[in-house]
Each structure stands twice: as structure tokens, then as C-alpha cells.
Design a protein around this ligand. Structure first.
Ligand SMILES: Cc1ncc(COP(=O)(O)O)c(C=O)c1O
Length: 348
């Protein structure tokens, strides 16, 4: 048999069984489909922000011939300073997605059932199944977590994934409920707070008294650094130690770490961009996030927040122009005068 004719070994059974992540179409493809220039596409489907975060050219030159400091000391200290936790409670990763992956690697195996409320962030299922575990899903009722059944099922879950606020429903669970969940489960509670800067609600105080809680955050959203790929976990010593065991040594580039440090230590840009919870009640969906959930039946309420922010800062309003059963709504902005009067943007 020639080497070319060899059949490679099958991947692990869990990999063959799992449903892989469905990648979003690139902005260029959306622009082609909508017949607009690519720079006119504003994406809501990835919940990213239409403004760039910290600019590389504002940074001191970084030597790229060496690997990053694998302890990521500077970045870890900046996160500790921003969040108010001690540096040994911080574990960094290449985006929240890598941090979620570290959690799955550390805590999920073939015997583990992980709990989700459905719908939620799809990576929870992907990572659980990749690690060989199974998903126990409690269906949401009217796009809200079915609270009592979710609590009941959390009791025996090895790990519970909770996005708060939830992507894609936008529901924000109160601290009391999150605390009850952490107390009732014998397993790990993962609080994915990718949108914390929008909601202002956090389960972070729990990590000091509940060793089974881990909070996951990102610089992809409020800080406008989705392309840089920086996220982090905040947890007590036991979980932090487990995550560090499985963390790859250099997955955050030197440039990304420097951008993140810059953003975390100079919060002016992030606050002025309109993301902070205090500014999010502008025109459009001027309600709190849970109320938005009921007002925006056909589209993720998180989008309403984006619409508010866009409206506030660009002086144009946004309206839904189509929505499908499986994808977030597409919104078409209509000008309300001022700067963007003659510009159309396709918002996906
Ligand atoms: C709930 C949630 N968690 C995590 C992520 C991924 O964040 P990152 O870009 O840091 O990997 C997203 C991105 O959309 C998200 O919505």
C-alpha cells in the first residue's frame, strides 16, 4: 500500500458524534447578498460592536520575535485591577471561547452531564460534546429560563452553563437566582458574563464563598476587541488551578495582550462607546433587558441593546427588515438625519 492510499485513524468517537459549530458567513458575503459595500455591514449576529476598540498604532512597539510571557502577568494584573479580584483568581485565554474550552477540558468527560437552558450560547453544547459529555437541556418558556426545573436539574449536573445575560434571548437573571443555583448544585456553575458591561449584574461576589463558581468574561464585546481574542475566568483557587493546568502556554498573542492591557487600564474609550449599563437606556428599546426580552419577540433582545447604542451614537434609527426562524433578525437602519443621513447600512 502506498502512503497516499492509507486511511487515517478515525477521530475520537465524541468528535464523530458531535454537532460542530455553524460558522457565521463573512461580512463580504453578506454585503454581496445585500448589494451594499462591505464597510456598510454592521453585524448584530455576532453581538460585536460596530466601533473598533483600542488601536494597535497607539501602543508601544512590541517585539514579536519572542513568545509571549506565558504567565501573562501584565494582562492578569490589568484584569485583576479592572475586576477587583486578586491576580491568582484570574485565568486568561484566547477569547471567552478558549476559557470555556478550558473549563470543559478540566471538568467534562464521558460520564458527565452538563446542564443548559435552551436556547443559549451554542458553544456550551459544542464544547461539552467535544469533551465527551452529554447535554441536559431545559427548554426555555417564552424565551425565559424555566427557573424551578432548571434549579432542580442543576442539583445533579456535573456542570451548569449559564450565559447571563443570555445569548440569544437577552434574559438577565437576578443575582439571587444565580446564588441559589450556585448553592443547589454539587457541580461547577459557569457564569458566562460576556455581556456584563451591558447588564451591570454579576455573580462575581460568589467566587469568594462558593468554590464551585467560575465567572467568564471577554474583551470581545464592550471593549471592541473581538479580533484580538482575549477572555478570562475569575474563580477561587481550586478552579483556577485546574484551568491553569490545561491552559496552553501562548494562545494570546503579544499584540492582543498589549491591546487588552491598554483597554483595561484606560476605560474611557469603552465608556464613551455607550456600552456601559448606565447608558444603555436610550431611544428605541428604552427598557431594562428582561423587559426587552418580552418586547422583541422575533429577534434577540440583545439586538435591541445594539440598536439603542447605534441610535444613540450614530443618530440614526434601526428597524427590523427580515427575520428567519433560525437566525437572528436582520435590521435595516433608517436615517433620522444628521451624520448618517445618506448612508445605508446592512445590519445582520
Ligand atoms: C455568551 C457568549 N459567550 C462567549 C462568547 C465568545 O466570546 P469570545 O469572543 O471572547 O470568544 C460569546 C460571543 O458571542 C457569547 O455570546
Amino acid at each position: 500500500m502506498t502512503p497516499d492510499a492509507k486511511t487515517p485513524p478515525e477521530p475520537r468517537p465524541a468528535i464523530s458524534r458531535m454537532q460542530p459549530y455553524e460558522w457565521e458567513p463573512p461580512s463580504a458575503a453578506i454585503a454581496r447578498q445585500a448589494g451594499v459595500p462591505e464597510d456598510q455591514v454592521v453585524r448584530f449576529d455576532t453581538n460585536t460592536f460596530p466601533w473598533p476598540g483600542a488601536a494597535v498604532d497607539r501602543l508601544a512597539p512590541e517585539p514579536l520575535n519572542e513568545y509571549p510571557d506565558t504567565s501573562y502577568r501584565g494582562l492578569t494584573d490589568a484584569i485583576a485591577g479592572y475586576t477587583g479580584v486578586s491576580a491568582d483568581h484570574v485565568t486568561v485565554g484566547a477569547g471567552a471561547d478558549e476559557v470555556l474550552d478550558l473549563i470543559a477540558k478540566a471538568y467534562i468527560d464521558g460520564s458527565a452531564a452538563a446542564l443548559i437552558s435552551r436556547p443559549t450560547y451554542p458553544m456550551f453544547t459544542v464544547l461539552t460534546e467535544m469533551a465527551g459529555g452529554t447535554i441536559d437541556a431545559v427548554p426555555a418558556v417564552d424565551l425565559r429560563v424555566d427557573r424551578q426545573p432548571f434549579l432542580d436539574r442543576a442539583r445533579r449536573a456535573r456542570l451548569t452553563w449559564l450565559s447571563n445575560p443570555n445569548n440569544p434571548t437577552g434574559e438577565l437573571l437576578p443575582f439571587d437566582y444565580v446564588e441559589a443555583l450556585a448553592g443547589i448544585t454539587a457541580g461547577i456553575l459557569v457564569l458566562d458574563e460576556a455581556y456584563y458591561e451591558m447588564s451591570g449584574v454579576t455573580g462575581l461576589p460568589l467566587i469568594d464563598r462558593m468554590p464551585n463558581v467560575v465567572v467568564v468574561r471577554t474583551l470581545s464585546k464592550a471593549f471592541g476587541l473581538a479580533g484580538a481574542r482575549v477572555g478570562y475566568a475569575l474563580a477561587g483557587p481550586a478552579i483556577s488551578e485546574a484551568l491553569r493546568r490545561v491552559r496552553p502556554p501562548g494562545s494570546i498573542s503579544v499584540l492582543s495582550a498589549a491591546l487588552a492591557v491598554h483597554s483595561l487600564t484606560d476605560l474611557k474609550g469603552m465608556r464613551e462607546s455607550g456600552w456601559s449599563a448606565s447608558q444603555a437606556n436610550g431611544p428605541g428599546c428604552n427598557s431594562s433587558l428582561p423587559d426587552s426580552a418580552s418586547r422583541c419577540v422575533n429577534r434577540p433582545p440583545t439586538s435591541c441593546w445594539f440598536e439603542q447604542v447605534v441610535s444613540l451614537h450614530r443618530s440614526y434609527s434601526v428597524q427590523a427588515w427580515s427575520s428567519g426562524p433560525s437566525r437572528p433578525a436582520r435590521c435595516w437602519p433608517t436615517s433620522s438625519g444628521s451624520r448618517s443621513a445618506s448612508r445605508r447600512r446592512t445590519i445582520v
